[in-house]
Write a protein that binds this ligand. Structure first.
Ligand code: BYC
Length: 329
């Protein structure tokens, strides 16, 4: 077929099939734009809400070293959220609207952050398992078809690898410690294993978005493919730590060169996604409180920007940086 005869949609798919990146000003089908806004904004919300379960342990980290590492990690998550909100904005989404949807309980964020962090070993599990799952999901997103999302992911993944290593190191320290510490690590793994498998989303045949997102190369692997990769990656790590994965059906399958594993409790998954998890209410309330308590900061920043605009000063020049502007003794 001649290029002239192709519809805009077909030309778009051709570019996708040729692995060309789609950039914000390029033509794209409305449904592609909508899917991306949905996924990127949910991803951004997950990063921001994901700060809460770990933030819970900053004041109680067992040493100064652990506290400063955790603090840095939680700050990284805030940065990831900001890159992602910016990527969604390039598609025409308004940040105020995205946040309003989160605060109204309309927007989704990852189910995993609706589980409580009850012990220090939970912080190990969040880093080891949750960030491990995040990396598996996000490394392919560095090759996603929409340019700003792919570029944001490159930076996010670099930081996530450090997060995962710190989680594994917490687990290793506990597993090599006193029997009580090892028991704490095992107890945390028992609680986090199944919710982590849920992070990859519903089974492929029950996932309404996967087929089209694969066709548009927004997703590079299906939910089930990534879940399988995760189990195959994590089981040897759990064995190395001397921990038992809480799944009686777990078994090496020689034919598929991967593990067979038990069925996720999908009823629990949908309960959590639909707002009925252990911490949904607290997580949302914490975000609403932070938004309301931060109102004065936003107002002050706007007033400051407005004053500079009136004086026709460039907004980006922040503070008295030149010598002449510094207060004289
Ligand atoms: N939790 O058709 P499906 C992190 C929803 S950040 C809640 O398969 P899709 C980290 C799904 O949105 C982790 N909802 O959808 C941060 C859809 O609902 P809508 C976040 C879920 O989009 C800080 C419906 O179920 N990572 O790791 O093709 C510290 C049907 O699903 C979940 C990302 O966001 C869930 N687990 O595939 C530490 C990565 N799963 O919108 C760590 C980017 C599914 O139709 N996102 N739903 O109403 C993705 O890769 C994909 O969006 C998903 C879902 C694989 C998550």
């Amino acid at each position: 077929m001649e290029t002239a005869e192709l519809t805009q949609e077909e030309l778009f798919q051709q570019r996708i099939d040729a692995d060309q990146r789609i950039e914000p000003k390029d033509w794209m089908p409305d449904a592609y734009r909508k899917t991306l806004i949905r996924q990127i904004s949910q991803h951004a919300h997950s990063e921001i809400v994901g700060m809460l379960p770990e933030g819970n342990w900053i004041t109680r980290a067992p040493s100064l070293k652990r506290k400063s590492i955790l603090l840095a990690k939680v700050q990284d998550e805030a940065g990831h959220g900001l890159y992602l909100y910016s990527a969604a904005e390039t598609l025409g989404a308004s940040r105020d609207q995205m946040l309003a949807d989160l605060h109204a309980g309309k927007a989704k964020y990852s189910s995993i952050f609706n589980y409580p962090t009850l012990s220090w070993a939970d912080i190990g599990c969040v880093g080891w398992l949750v960030d491990g799952a995040a990396i598996l999901n996000q490394v392919p997103l560095c090759r996603t078809s929409f340019g700003p999302y792919a570029r944001a992911m490159v930076r996010v993944c670099k930081e996530e690898s450090f997060h995962q290593r710190q989680g594994f190191e917490i687990m290793q320290t506990l597993c090599e410690g006193a029997p009580e510490q090892k028991a704490m690590a095992q107890e945390a793994l028992n609680r986090w294993w199944w919710p982590t498998l849920m992070m990859f989303g519903p089974k492929d045949d029950e996932s309404p978005n996967t087929a089209r997102s694969m066709q548009w190369r927004i997703k590079r692997f299906t939910n089930d493919e990534l879940r399988q990769k995760f189990v195959d990656m994590m089981v040897p790590q759990a064995e190395f730590l001397g921990l038992t994965v809480p799944d009686l059906a777990l078994q090496w399958n020689e034919t598929k060169q991967g593990y067979d594993f038990g069925e996720v409790n999908w009823e629990e998954f949908w309960q959590v996604v639909n707002g009925n998890g252990l911490c949904n209410h607290d997580r949302l309330q914490a975000r609403v409180d932070a938004w309301e308590e931060g109102a004065w900061v936003r107002e002050a920043a706007l007033a400051h920007a407005e004053k500079r605009r009136q004086r026709q000063e460039p907004i980006h020049k922040s503070g008295p940086t030149r010598k002449a502007e510094l207060p004289q003794d």
